[in-house]
Design a protein around this ligand. Structure first.
Ligand code: PA5
Length: 490
């Protein structure tokens, strides 16, 4: 994509040595797998039925039609014109993309200063934890009459979001009067889940109550910022069309067959070699930019839930020619790099010590920003800092960090973004999505499910006495309680 560049010099042995870096021969040796992965992914991407079954329909999100975009933008403006506050409820993929977008695309301190918000509502995120303190304080301090609620849950069943929604709905009901439901918008599955049933029931009573939209089929939570996150973008005044255009242009770049001109393939291939052959199983993602920290947090979920897998993938061909993927329970692989988010320059006084001198098992990804929205110059009379621009200093700090890592033979790469605009942010997140999908291909796992998340949920459901819990699951929990010997608690 024109504008966003991927610099991978420091991933190579000529910079960090053969033990810790990729040799060009090793990259060539991977070309057969890269071609196979490209051919397979392209085949699936060209078939709607496969895309939907596998969970790859997110690759169509950048190409949503202009009317859909206009309608959402209009609704966002309507909400922004009427309410002082928006509370957005959701967790995981129903939260992290929105938070990343808000921090990146709205000015810093957006919620704190009216002048910064430019007549847009404050946006608070809840339903992403079960910590009672945050929601209590929020509800005690917001005026329900001036607050709009957006609840997002694809399944409509997630405990964190559901619990928060029940609480917030009661609070609205008490404080906003009988038409409180007109202050709620739900984004959920078109057919299933208790949120969908509730929304449909409320709509039958009052068409203006519990307005809602349906999530696109075949788009998993963490890949759905360009679906479920659009209303939030519109509320905060971000131009949805620009975000989508950035993603669409990145789609073009990230579907090219040629490894040397496809940044997502290159990113995935180099990390696969470092992970498989050089023991780099920790992925540090470190934007040198405060407002991209939440984008790094979003990518943590993308990498961890997509690629941290127990089983290899089983590809099933269906009679209509489409594909379905499942987990091959006969092939346990336990793969996946462990992601950690950090930010420069803040974490140069923290995790960086370990990055430089701790175990050499990491690959660092920097994000470098060309032009910031504002600039500050250090006043004259302050020695070597006199007249220096903050943006120049942060850029120098990033370069210095690369240098320090290279000196200690630590592989790293840099994604260079010209500026943090809606267009480039759309491109940036789409790059990470495609890189993750391709890395999943190279690892031969299903990057679009997250079965490991079920364990804690089932345990909670069992303890809460949820009706209909799978009998075998309930039995497993009953037979295998946590062992807590007081001798080992001091
Ligand atoms: O990527 C995913 O699918 C998950 O992280 C989900 O987004 C998360 O579990 C929340 O699920 P839901 O939107 O169904 O409440």
């Amino acid at each position: 994509m024109k504008g966003i560049n991927f610099d991978f010099n420091n991933m190579f042995s000529f910079n960090v040595g053969g033990e810790n870096g990729v040799d060009e021969k090793e990259l060539s040796a991977l070309s057969y797998s890269v071609n196979e992965a490209h051919n397979h992914l392209s085949r699936v991407l060209s078939d709607k039925s496969s895309r939907v079954k596998i969970g790859l329909e997110w690759t169509r999100l950048p190409f949503q039609d202009a009317k859909t975009v206009r309608d959402i933008q209009k609704l966002g403006d309507e909400i922004a014109g009427k309410y002082e506050n928006v509370v957005s409820l959701g967790i995981g993929g129903s939260y992290l993309g929105l938070k990343a977008a808000q921090d990146a695309l709205c000015p810093p301190y957006y919620n704190d200063f009216a002048g910064v918000r430019k007549k847009r509502p404050r946006v608070y995120f809840e339903g992403n934890n079960l910590d009672p303190d945050t929601l209590s304080v929020l509800l005690k301090n917001l005026n329900p009459k001036k607050t709009f609620v957006i609840v997002i849950s694809k399944s409509g069943e997630t405990t964190e979001t559901k619990t928060a929604f029940i609480t917030v709905r009661e609070w609205l009901k008490k404080g906003a009067g009988k038409h409180y439901g007109r202050q709620i918008f739900a984004i959920t599955d078109p057919e299933s889940g208790s949120l969908r049933s509730e929304v449909d029931a409320e709509q039958r009573q009052d068409a203006l109550s519990f307005r809602n939209s349906s999530l696109m089929k075949g788009v998993g939570g963490r890949f759905s910022e360009l679906n479920m996150g659009l209303l939030h973008l519109a509320v905060t005044g971000v131009k949805i069309g620009d975000v989508l255009k950035g993603a669409a242009d990145m789609h073009k770049a990230c579907t090219r067959q040629e490894l040397s001109s496809n940044p997502a393939y290159m990113y995935a291939a180099l990390h696969t070699i470092l992970y498989r052959m050089k023991g780099k199983d920790i992925a540090i993602i470190m934007p040198f930019c405060e407002t991209l920290k939440s984008t790094a947090d979003w990518y943590i979920q993308m990498l961890a839930e997509s690629l941290g897998k127990k089983y290899a993938r089983k590809v099933k061909k269906l009679p209509d020619g489409s594909e379905q993927w499942a987990n091959d329970e006969g092939r346990a692989v336990n793969v996946g790099r462990t992601p950690i988010s950090a930010r420069g320059t803040n974490d140069l006084h923290s995790i960086q010590q370990n990055n430089i001198e701790g175990m050499n098992n990491k690959a660092v990804t920097f994000i470098r920003v060309g032009k910031f929205r504002s600039e500050i110059k250090v006043p004259a009379g302050n020695g070597i800092l006199s007249g220096k621009k903050f943006s120049g200093l942060i850029g120098l700090a990033q370069e210095a960090t690369e240098w320090a890592l290279v000196r200690e033979s630590r592989p790293n790469c840099t994604i260079i973004v010209p500026e943090i605009s809606a267009y480039y942010w759309g491109g940036l997140i789409y790059f990470f999505e495609m890189a993750t999908a391709f890395e999943g291909e190279l690892l031969d796992i299903n990057a679009f499910d997250q079965p490991g998340v079920e364990g804690y949920k089932n345990y909670m459901y069992y303890k809460l006495g949820k009706p209909g819990l799978n009998k075998a699951v309930a039995e497993e929990i009953r037979k295998n309680p946590l062992v807590k010997n007081p001798k080992f608690i001091i």
